[in-house]
Ligand binder design. Structure first.
Ligand code: ADP
Ligand code: TRP
Length: 321
């Protein structure tokens, strides 16, 4: 089975990215053919500073490698190093109705956040469809927010297959329904672009500052608290098992719980959880050339698959003559 997913290098990766997508991706390398890539072409839709994008791309690669991705057991590359992504996008554009893209939540959401709409943002889902269809992926593990993008991909693949005959595998979205969208420190979806994230690799002081600023309600120590609407609980639950979670829930439902104490515990738990990965990351960060070599070799490997699909597409649509 082919499992594929990508992540944007549009800022430091956070624990919402980790639990929403990276962790399950890294697990998939055990028993599937895994395709994992850094989508720098997608990031161009929002990051317009060249050095920042280049730096974020390297940082994202370091994060994945430090967190346990093994490049020899999977395909790991940077999207912009494989030109077939943009080539297929152009072909697919011609099988994507305007209405389909106009209904995209992420497009509407960007506009709501006052990001000036341009064609790159509008066409974002088509590039994502190309990413997936190029590798004939069966399963795409993503967070809930990407569900509609997967539906758009399936629609585009269906339209193309209907017109030219069977060409693309129709992918399934791998969404873990038990994993609700992870809240940021302000309770909205944790996101690089909302300034509410807790990054995976922060210094201890920065981590402390972030965790201590998680927004809570104003209930006093002796009042009972509601775990399900509490932003601290929404993050804490990611780091404990079922027993740990029931214990924490009981504490919320008993007078005496201080939010500041739970925050301090959470800070230590996050720090310890990522400690082994932090060491590995520091080691890798000393060797940027090795990391670049890994990515370049990954692109060559990914291209062998991408070129096969592109060859099939070219012959179907008449680009081979
Ligand atoms: P961001 O919103 O921070 O820019 P991306 O859109 O790049 O994050 O998402 C990368 C991956 O991480 C996607 O699969 C997405 O669904 C997942 N993800 C991002 N934020 C969260 C979150 N708060 N909760 C769960 N999953 C998330
Ligand atoms: N749109 C995805 C996100 O913001 C990133 C992405 C681009 C992606 N191409 C992909 C995810 C292909 C899965 C498969 O998270």
């Amino acid at each position: 089975m082919r499992v594929l997913s990508g992540i944007q290098p549009s800022g430091s990766l956070h624990i919402g990215n980790f639990f929403g997508m990276m962790k399950s991706m890294i697990n998939w390398q055990q028993d599937s053919e895994l395709f994992c890539f850094i989508v720098n072409l997608h990031a161009l839709t929002t990051v317009t500073d060249g050095p920042t994008l280049a730096r974020n791309t390297m940082e994202a690669a370091l994060d994945f490698l430090a967190l346990g991705l093994e490049p020899e057991r999977c395909y790991f590359w940077v999207q912009g190093d494989v030109p077939e992504h943009t080539e297929l996008t152009w072909v697919l554009n011609n099988h994507t109705s305007m209405g389909l893209l106009e209904r995209s939540h992420s497009f509407k959401d960007k506009i709501q956040h006052n990001i000036t709409p341009h064609n790159g943002l509008f066409a974002y889902p088509v590039l994502m469809a190309a990413d997936i269809l190029l590798y004939q992926a069966n399963l795409v593990p993503v967070g809930k927010d990407q569900k509609q993008h997967l539906e758009i991909t399936r629609d585009i693949a269906g339209a193309f297959n209907y017109h030219y005959g069977p060409t693309f595998t129709i992918p399934e979205a791998g969404i873990d329904d038990n994993l609700a969208t992870i809240p940021g420190i302000d309770g909205q979806k944790m996101s690089k672009s909302y300034g509410n994230a807790i990054d995976i690799f922060l210094s201890k002081d920065d981590l402390k500052r972030r965790v201590m600023s998680i927004v809570t309600d104003t209930r006093g120590v002796n009042e009972l608290k509601d775990p399900d609407s509490c932003n601290i609980f929404g993050i804490y639950r990611l780091f404990v098992d079922q027993d740990g979670l029931s214990l924490l829930r009981d504490r919320y439902l008993t007078p005496g719980l201080k939010y500041s104490e739970v925050k301090k515990e959470l800070m230590e738990i996050i720090w310890d959880y990522f400690a082994p990965f932090r060491e590995k990351r520091e080691m890798l960060a000393q060797r940027p050339d090795t990391v670049k070599d890994i990515l370049k070799a990954g692109a060559v490997k990914a291209r062998t698959v991408a070129a096969q699909t592109m060859e099939l597409v070219r012959s179907k649509v008449g680009l081979n003559y």
